[in-house]
Design a protein around this ligand. Structure first.
Ligand code: ZN
Length: 80
């Protein structure tokens, strides 16, 4: 998998996590060019942190948090 494919895949998984958890997906497309992004550029990293924050808020509010499959896929994609 090249960097861009990986970036797109990770973004798609972030979108899935948002949908599953009722979090608005407000991410713009990552513009790191070519192999520049492996899902770990500052922009993608920040997007991930924002989702983690929203999930923590939901948990705190006693709302359901759905993660397992998407998170597993996310982390195994990151390692590739
Ligand atoms: Zn990126």
């Amino acid at each position: 998998m090249n960097g861009k494919d990986k970036c797109n895949r990770l973004r798609e998984l972030r979108r899935l996590i948002c949908i599953q958890n009722g979090i608005p997906f407000t991410e713009e497309e990552c513009t790191s060019s070519g192999d520049g992004c492996r899902g770990t550029c500052p922009k993608c990293d920040q997007a991930l942190r924002l989702i983690a924050m929203r999930l923590a808020e939901r948990k705190k509010a006693g709302l359901p948090v759905v993660l397992d499959e998407a998170r597993k896929a996310y982390h195994s994609s990151l390692r590739q």
